[in-house]
Design a protein around this ligand. Structure first.
Ligand code: ATP
Length: 136
């Protein structure tokens, strides 16, 4: 089966994932994208989500906290604001971030930065999704 190299890095951790894969299902600001080997060149911005990676007959997920993705026919390069493999996700921390963001969004007073709280909520949701934890 044809493969394409997927490399994911973040500013604070460096390389988080580097492997030949069969297909990537990711979320950009323009919607969901399925990337197969020999895909056309593409540069886009990613939103926080649970990214799906198909390789070797199986599927794994990787948390992406937003960032940029460049695609060439042989390689996908993602520079993410934050990214975590499932084993590296701290569920209690994600639950606490979810609760904090939800409380801020419920209050909605003048001091609350709504966009920031919504982005934090989206990151927490995506982390819990990768871990298979039901969203509260
Ligand atoms: P928090 O409010 O808990 O810091 P956040 O969504 O604001 O969450 P980010 O800005 O996305 O955090 O990430 C900052 C750093 O902390 C990154 O290195 C990221 O990988 C790490 N990180 C954040 N939340 C978690 C988590 N639940 N499990 C593991 N690492 C995390």
């Amino acid at each position: 089966m044809a493969t394409i190299l997927l490399e994911v890095a973040t500013p604070d951790k460096g390389e988080v994932y580097a492997k030949e894969i069969n297909m990537l299902i990711t979320r950009s600001i323009c919607g969901e994208l399925g990337i197969l080997p020999k895909h056309a060149r593409l540069l886009t911005e990613l939103i926080p989500h649970a990214m799906r990676i198909k390789e070797g007959g199986g599927e794994t997920q990787l948390f992406i906290g937003g960032g940029f993705m460049e695609v060439t026919p042989d390689k996908i390069t993602i520079l993410a604001d934050s990214a975590e493999n499932p084993d590296d996700i701290d569920v209690e921390r994600a639950k606490a971030a979810y609760k904090r963001a939800e409380e801020r969004l419920t209050k909605r007073n003048a001091e609350i930065d709504i966009d920031r709280a919504e982005a934090a909520l989206a990151r927490a949701k995506a982390r819990l999704l990768v871990k298979g934890v039901p969203i509260p």
